[in-house]
Design a protein around this ligand. Structure first.
Ligand code: GLN
Length: 206
């Protein structure tokens, strides 16, 4: 059965994610209220302003429900502000889901480089570097135990990471035509759905 991917649609670049999924033939659901979380197979938290999205999650009573879904293994992908919202540690008091054990530095690339594009090697996606669009992007300053780096700039700065179903990118794959990160997330969703359906079979093939 086709998965239902929720796209958190409180603020920021959610429409671009919906379009990227559409290009892959996958329907998405805008998640604006708690009830929209019911029955989703994966969730994307878009770029935007992480403090604003965090406040809205709190006001709408969605912080705990999303956190609980993440803890229960729901695949969640955060891009840019979404990465910040997944992190355990952002160096300042603001609401985050604290699902992925990473230390994040917000707006890490200085004023002149507030926005830039770079071709970043992402070995998990194949040989072709990924066209990464950074917009007032964060960087990952610390990786917790079990968190794997996925993309690193030439100076060693980590800009994407994952752990199990959780995926975090400091840049915006939804603003490019390259579908590989969306496909990568959909593969996580498919793996999780297969696991739910038949845990023994999936475990046996690992
Ligand atoms: N600077 C934003 C923040 O800290 C993130 C920017 C983005 O998502 N493009 O929340």
């Amino acid at each position: 059965m086709a998965p239902t991917i929720g796209v958190l649609a409180l603020q920021g670049a959610f429409i671009e994610h919906e379009r990227a999924l559409e290009r892959l033939g996958v329907a998405s659901r805008e998640v604006r209220q708690r009830k929209h979380l019911d029955g989703i197979d994966g969730l994307i938290i878009p770029g935007g302003e992480s403090t604003t999205i965090g406040k809205l999650l709190d006001v709408l009573g969605m912080t705990e429900p999303v956190r609980a879904l993440g803890r229960a293994g729901l695949p969640i992908w955060g891009t840019c502000a979404g990465l910040i919202l997944l992190a355990t540690d952002v160096g300042r008091p603001q609401t985050t889901l604290r699902l992925l054990d990473i230390g994040v530095e917000r707006n890490a690339f200085g004023s002149q480089l507030d926005s830039f594009e770079a071709r970043v090697p992402v070995p998990a996606l194949g040989e072709e570097p990924f066209p990464a669009v950074f917009i007032r992007a964060p960087l990952i300053a610390r990786l917790g135990a079990g968190v794997t780096p996925l993309a690193t700039l030439t100076d060693g700065t980590i800009v994407a990471a994952e752990r199990d179903g959780l995926l975090a990118t400091a840049f915006h794959p939804e603003l490019t035509d390259d579908p590989r990160f969306h496909q990568y997330f959909l593969d996580k969703v498919a793996a999780r759905t297969a696991w739910d359906a038949a845990p023994e079979t999936v475990a046996a093939t690992r």
